[in-house]
Design a protein around this ligand. Structure first.
Ligand code: GLN
Ligand code: ZN
Length: 763
């Protein structure tokens, strides 16, 4: 008897982002829905065939999404925000909810998209379901059932995947006051019953129901709702209750009482849970062991995994299934496409396609197939060898890290003293004005960078072009009248990629794209070795910019935690170790910038909050090392060198202590959308250093988006009721690279004018 094997989902973008391009053509009106459907059907067909060719037991269906799978679930349930309802929902309804509707396209005042937020602790974003008290749920969207039939016609043994009712409710939000979305559960369950009836009719044997919220620390009212919910939706279809991203050991007593037929656990995120789960597993259930990491790019050590599973296999026999830890949505598609990796490096990785094969080989080896056992050993050798490679383990980096102590994280003076020095050196006015770093990136700038990367222009030509941009940016800032200038980041495609390319220890790929949301994909670099700064990374550009002006020029670095969060980490060292290596590299950059005469240096940490572990009880440990790493980066700054940091999100309350512990001299944050409400946290806490609450919302979908002087004034006045005016800065709430010059210049002029007016009236 064969071991049952499956994956939790496969990337839907296509190996060369075919879906992205097809969507964008369709949105532009360049193609019709038929052409779009064709591309999508092609991707699905390929994905299912791959699973079959690797002899997986099931083809997973329902993982395809036009924009996002949570949004797809909303459509399946006929749950569309009222403002987007126009008769029977179709594909355009779905896109309207995901992307909003512009004035031009509807001839009305335009309708906002639903909010988007992060899918647990991944870099994928989902469209947040909006709940009101009178919401109804009604099957009105047949995509899932059509795809089941489509896969069956292609000869597959189908296992549909469906987001579970409790996770669906939990991940949404109430959009009116005074009701609790959990009250909608009974109505929602009726819709789920109807889905199961359809599954029965379609002859589905197993369904994968994703309830990832079980890995959170759920409030009792949510946890207690599971029992009844799974009783209500019980049918003849077998249910594999699916969890991922963290351990579910805490809630095993609840889970094991549910009316389901099996459990999937994530053994990449939480390998230690295996024994407890095996012990507690009801005797008729299957256990799907998620051993192949769906969230990273590394080849699995199949040999090691095989040994780790032997006991469970012994105890469970055929009831042990082999799977990926989570959906492969979070890993790039196909390593075979990479033509620029060295043979050695290529043997370290496995993307989605390769991971499907890993599932297959591992299961065969587990059954005792000699050939497979041998293959697993051989396959694992490159990553075992890698751990001993001197190219990966750099003695100098490791020595420095071994010596890391409390002093490495310490500035040489406390804030009050530093502030005093900085005042003297910088001579800034009250309410100093600045920006967050990037300025509009025109297509010309992008083309220049691309041409240089391709080797079409020489480095001298490239340098001249970028210097031209810097000149232009500095001149415009002087004309606007800003107090602290920036060079504008024209040399950066992306704030993390730039540092990954300039530090040793990273590997970049050609096609390693991962969906972020909708048609948007990111291509994170991979940390492959100990990280080292071989040469200064930003000093030339920054000093060139400083040479053009008398005003202080702010150096611009990306912080260690953000670089960690937005790249694929190594799996052989901890996240903390990687972050500390980055911190030392950045510390050296800070030293060099200040030695070259740069007196203000910003170390961006927009990702510090998203790196938080899923369980609150694990937060403190993470924040401890994350804060420490930031402090190490900043520690070489002399008292008179002013360190800024920047974060762009609005929920600070839970991490405000840690934000303060960064001890940056100035922090710039996002507040304009929340109308300064965010400052409550800073006020209640009595934030000790300087703050620049954003007064120009650069993420606004309105184009152009130009706040007027009075609007900015009242925001600053509001801020001044909470933060002493001597410690307030005036700035936009994020980088300006996505806006255009005209809007940017007008807005910044308003911002400068508002600051000037308040300098006389506020004191
Ligand atoms: N310095 C970066 C910029 O201005 C910060 C971007 C960010 O916070 N995401 O683009
Ligand atoms: Zn930002």
């Amino acid at each position: 008897m064969m071991t049952t094997t499956h994956i939790l989902g496969y990337p839907r973008v296509g190996e060369k982002r075919e879906l992205k391009f097809a969507l964008e053509q369709y949105w532009k009106g360049a193609t019709d829905v038929k052409e779009l459907q064709q591309v999508a059907a092609g991707i699905r067909k390929k994905n299912w065939s791959l699973q079959k060719n690797n002899e997986l037991s099931f083809a997973t269906v329902g993982d395809f999404a036009w924009y996002d799978h949570v949004l797809g679930t909303s459509l399946l349930l006929g749950h569309v925000p009222k403002r987007h309802q126009r008769g029977f929902p179709d594909l355009d309804t779905l896109f309207r909810v995901g992307r909003g509707q512009s004035q031009a396209s509807c001839g009305c005042s335009g309708e906002a998209a639903s909010d988007m937020t992060k899918w647990f602790n991944t870099n994928y974003h989902y469209i947040v379901p909006e709940f009101t008290a009178d919401d109804k749920f009604e099957l009105s969207w047949t995509q899932l059932f059509d795809e089941i039939s489509e896969a069956k016609q292609q000869g597959h043994n189908v296992k549909p995947v469906l987001l579970g009712p409790l996770s669906y409710l939990y991940l949404g939000k109430e959009v009116e006051e005074g009701f609790d979305r959990l009250a909608l559960l009974p109505r929602l369950l009726t819709a789920y019953q109807a889905i199961f009836t359809k599954f029965e009719k379609l002859g589905v044997e197993w369904v994968q129901i994703d309830e990832p919220i079980l890995a959170l620390e759920l409030e009792p009212k949510w946890l207690d709702s599971f029992k009844l919910a799974y009783q209500v939706i019980r049918s003849d279809v077998k249910v594999l209750l699916t969890t991922y991203f963290d351990s579910i050991v805490d809630v095993l007593p609840t889970i094991t009482k549910l009316d389901v037929d099996g459990l999937h656990i994530d053994l990449a995120a939480a390998p230690e849970q295996l024994n407890d789960v095996v012990k507690a597993l009801p005797s008729q259930w299957v256990l799907s062991a998620g051993v192949i990491n769906g969230r990273n790019v590394w080849r699995a050590n199949l040999h090691g995994k095989l040994n780790g599973l032997r006991d469970a296999k012994q105890q469970l026999g055929e009831r042990l299934w082999i799977a990926t830890s989570c959906s492969l949505l979070h890993s790039p598609v196909d390593l075979d496409l990479e033509t620029k990796l060295s043979e050695e490096t290529k043997n370290w990785f496995a993307f989605a396609k390769q991971k499907v094969a890993e599932v297959s080989w591992l299961s065969r080896a587990l059954e005792g197939d000699e050939k497979a056992v041998e293959y697993c050993a051989q396959y694992s050798q490159p990553i075992i060898d890698r751990e001993l490679s001197t190219w990966v383990n750099k003695a100098s980096v490791q020595q420095r890290l071994a010596g890391l102590n409390a002093n490495d994280a310490k500035r040489s003076a406390v804030y009050a003293e530093r502030a005093h020095h900085q005042k003297e050196v910088l001579q800034l006015p009250l309410l100093p004005t600045t920006t967050i770093g990037s300025f509009p990136q025109t297509s010309e700038v992008r083309q220049t960078r691309a041409a240089f990367k391709r080797g079409d222009i020489t480095s001298a030509q490239y340098k001249t072009a970028i210097q031209g941009c810097i000149q232009d940016t500095v001149k415009r800032q002087e004309e606007i009248g800003l107090d602290v200038l920036v060079h504008g980041e024209a040399e950066r495609n992306d704030m993390v990629e730039y540092f990954a390319e300039n530090l040793s220890g990273f590997q970049t790929t050609q096609f390693g794209w991962v969906q972020s949301y909708g048609s948007r994909c990111v291509k994170p670099a991979i940390v492959v070795a100990d990280i080292e700064r071989e040469a200064p990374m930003t000093v030339d550009w920054t000093c060139y910019a400083q040479s053009l002006t008398e005003k202080p020029m702010k150096g611009m670095l990306t912080g260690p935690v953000t670089i960690l969060c937005w790249t694929f980490p190594r799996e052989d060292v901890t996240r903390e170790t990687i972050t500390n290596q980055l911190a030392f590299a950045l510390q050296d950059e800070v030293s060099d910038l200040q030695a070259a005469g740069i007196n203000i240096i910003q170390i961006d940490e927009p990702a510090i909050r998203e790196g938080l572990p899923l369980k609150t009880r694990d937060h403190a440990e993470y924040l401890d090392w994350a804060v420490n790493a930031f402090k190490v980066s900043a520690a070489s700054a002399k008292p008179e060198t002013q360190i800024h940091t920047h974060m762009c999100y609005s929920e600070f309350n839970e991490i405000i202590d840690s934000v303060a512990a960064l001890d940056a001299d100035v922090i710039t944050i996002e507040t304009s959308r929340s109308n300064m409400e965010l400052l409550n946290a800073f006020e209640a806490f009595n934030y000790p250093n300087e703050i620049g609450p954003g007064v120009y919302d650069i993420h606004s979908p309105n184009v152009p988006n130009v706040p007027d002087v009075e609007w900015i004034e009242q925001l600053i006045e509001k801020a001044a009721t909470r933060i002493p005016v001597e410690r307030l800065w005036v700035n936009p709430d994020c980088g300006l690279k996505t806006r255009n010059w005209q809007e940017t210049e007008t807005s910044l002029k308003h911002l400068v004018e508002a600051a000037k007016r308040l300098r006389t009236t506020l004191v």
